[in-house]
Design a protein around this ligand. Structure first.
Ligand code: DC
Length: 227
């Protein structure tokens, strides 16, 4: 078994905030795998290769990503030497990240990088396929979800705080379209692992979700260490 906690779920379910806070509480590292797909999508868009599959698959060869962590749990995403942390959060990159994440070659490369980052253990990994595919042997798995309306409102507020102009209806439509894409793709569709604990975050605060998870992780870790 791996000393990894996986948190999967749709966009806006609160995965990132919760994963960061849980990692901090457990003294684990935090891996935001969505940021990896986003960084690659950004790279493809910057090069103008979005309509040229051959060319963007080629880009995977030299794709490099690094995370820099600050003491407060925040992170910077460095892709091919450039800080892209804020650039990868636009609606355009979100949509394109969802689109290219259906591609087998893209998933293979990201999966390889993710497993490497998980080798050292003590990791909270968040994404769509962490518990079902990448870290099947994780000792604790969660699937975090919330209604599309609650998720859209959260994402809308986040974008406003970052001064990215948008409107609520547009964000809701985007969320629904991405849910559809992420859940219905052939490879690694978004779904809970059979052994994941399901948590509905619609009516819970971040603190409540983190505390719930923390208790479960501690119990599972205890059981696992006795095995
Ligand atoms: O979690 P996020 O919204 O930052 O992820 C952006 C996109 O990346 C999402 O629409 C689907 C894709 N993704 C994925 O396919 N697998 C992951 N493990 C993480 C993200």
């Amino acid at each position: 078994m791996l000393e990894v906690v996986t948190i999967d779920g749709p966009s806006g379910s609160g995965k990132s905030t919760v994963s960061k806070a849980l990692a901090l509480k457990l003294n684990y590292n935090y891996l935001d795998t969505g940021a990896m797909y986003r960084a690659f999508a950004f790279e493809v868009l910057s090069k103008g290769f979005e309509n040229n599959r051959e060319k963007y698959i080629e880009l995977l060869k030299d794709f490099q990503i690094k995370f820099h962590y600050n003491d407060d749990g925040s992170q910077r995403v460095i892709c091919n030497g450039k800080d892209v942390s804020d650039l990868i959060r636009t609606p355009e990159v979100s949509m394109w990240a969802s689109t290219i994440s259906k591609e087998k070659e893209v998933r293979e490369k990201m999966g390889y990088l993710q497993r490497k980052m998980g080798e050292a253990g003590k990791l909270v990994a968040e994404g769509r396929d962490m518990g079902t595919i990448i870290f099947k042997d994780a000792f604790a798995k969660f699937f975090l979800f919330a209604t599309p309306e609650v998720r859209a409102l959260r994402r809308f507020k986040e974008l406003l705080e970052k001064n990215i102009s948008t409107d609520y209806e547009e964000v809701l439509e985007d969320i629904k379209r991405r849910d559809e894409q992420d859940s219905n793709r052939d490879i690694a569709p978004l779904k809970p692992a059979d052994d994941a604990v399901l948590i509905d975050s619609s009516k819970l605060t971040v603190e409540e979700v983190v505390n719930k998870m923390y208790v479960i992780v501690m119990e599972k870790r205890q059981l696992w260490k006795f095995m």
